[in-house]
Design a protein around this ligand. Structure first.
Ligand SMILES: *Cc1c(COP(=O)(O)O)cnc(C)c1O
Length: 390
């Protein structure tokens, strides 16, 4: 531990194995996992089909390089473009890399239009990653402090405020794109209004801007549709994804359509590991299981049950502010910082997270059952009530 760089305030627990939504630590204690490794373990732990597919692929080929064709990558690109009604996919290994690809594409697009210093409109409270460009796009000073000079070319506006972006359209002629999370994850589970999403789409069309949706956390069925933007029926020009895509094997994807497609040529971008046989086989299997088992509908139904259950249990409790969320992406806002709840939950055998200081965040696996949802509601409501009345 002492030689691991101190970049995470880690909880004093390590896990040895898991089964579905349940995970066992090295001391044999069992926990209900309502976080899925921050929206990564889409099918929970130790899913038999995913384990078998990964093991079989590992026994044939793990990796060959993007210098050669990779049939599984081609199949996954077909699948993702069909799910999004988009055109092309670039594969990488993480969310920040997918966003780097999106930012490079937007700049490239701008230069092609003759804009020498292209700018991207980004949101307050946004989170896009930890690389230099993505932390510059992120709307949180804590993520940026100490790493200046930041990458230039980002213009920040409040979330869900179309007027602010309209004003920029009038005076800033170097804007080439708008980038946002349809549901902000780290920002505290904030949801872009349907009208706002449609207004943004229209504004982007009018100005020739690319609409970039960072679906790294809210994509992959989590909100009760394959992608968050599908709640409003818009089609972005660029969609980025990562976290839940391969159920735990590192992967990222940057999906493009329309004006954003066909821009990169060999030499413009790349990734050594991106889209290798192991990662893309895992993603194909995760998508297949989601489809066969109706897990998107499950996310919607079970998510609703959790939100309603918590609302019933907490609405009268002093200090409770509100519950936000779609599907299995849920935030419970309290009136005070509540980071302590994470440790208290851990002690009672429950994995949750707190983000934006005051928001309890739940991101259970998409195959979370009704019984598990009831168990989660009863344990968490008790914890929050105790915390608020202490
Ligand atoms: C987690 C996250 C990222 C960064 O992903 P990494 O894989 O950690 O680089 C980017 N955007 C959003 C919305 C995220 O939730």
């Amino acid at each position: 531990m002492s030689h691991v760089m101190n970049t995470y305030a880690r909880l004093p627990v390590a896990f040895s194995h898991g089964d579905g939504s349940w995970i066992t630590d090295t001391e044999g204690r069992i926990y209900l996992d309502a976080l899925s490794g921050i929206a990564v373990n889409t099918l929970g732990h130790n899913h038999p089909e995913l384990v078998a597919a990964i093991a079989a692929q590992a026994g044939r080929l793990l990796h060959t390089s993007n210098l050669y064709r990779i049939p599984q990558q081609e199949q996954l690109a077909d699948k993702l473009t069909s799910l999004t009604s988009m055109d092309e996919v670039f594969f990488c290994n993480s969310g920040c890399e997918a966003n780097e690809a999106a930012i490079k594409l937007a700049r490239f697009y701008g230069h092609k239009k003759g804009i020498d210093s292209p700018a991207i409109v980004v949101m307050e409270k946004a989170f896009h990653g930890r690389t230099m460009a993505t932390l510059s796009a992120t709307g949180n000073r804590k993520t940026q402090a100490g790493f200046e000079p930041l990458v230039s070319g980002f213009v920040r506006v409040p979330y869900n405020d179309l007027t602010a972006i309209r004003a920029i359209a009038e005076h800033n002629k170097s804007v080439v794109a708008v980038m946002l999370e349809i549901v902000q994850g780290e920002g505290g589970i904030q949801i872009a209004d349907v009208d706002y999403q449609r207004g943004l789409r229209q504004l982007c069309d009018e100005n020739g801007w690319l609409l970039i949706c960072d679906e790294v956390q809210c994509g992959m069925g989590r909100t009760g549709t394959w992608f968050g933007f599908q709640h409003s029926g818009i089609r972005p020009d660029i969609v980025t994804m990562a976290k839940g895509l391969s159920g735990g094997v590192p992967i990222g994807a940057c999906i493009t359509a329309g004006n954003a497609a066909g821009l990169f040529k060999p030499g413009n971008h790349g990734s050594t590991f991106g889209g290798n046989q192991l990662a893309t086989t895992a993603a194909l299997t995760v998508i297949d299981v989601i489809e066969k088992q109706g897990l998107i509908a499950n996310a919607e139904a079970v998510g609703r049950l959790i939100r309603e259950g918590l609302m019933d249990a907490l609405s009268e409790t002093k200090g409770f502010v509100e519950i936000r969320g779609q599907g299995l992406m849920i935030g419970i806002e309290l009136d005070r910082p509540c980071g302590d709840l994470v440790t208290r939950a851990l002690e009672t055998g429950l994995l949750i997270n707190v983000t934006a200081d005051k928001v309890v965040r739940l991101l259970p696996p998409l195959n979370f059952s009704v019984e598990e949802a009831r168990e989660l509601v009863s344990r968490l409501a008790q914890l929050i009530r105790d915390f608020l009345t202490a």
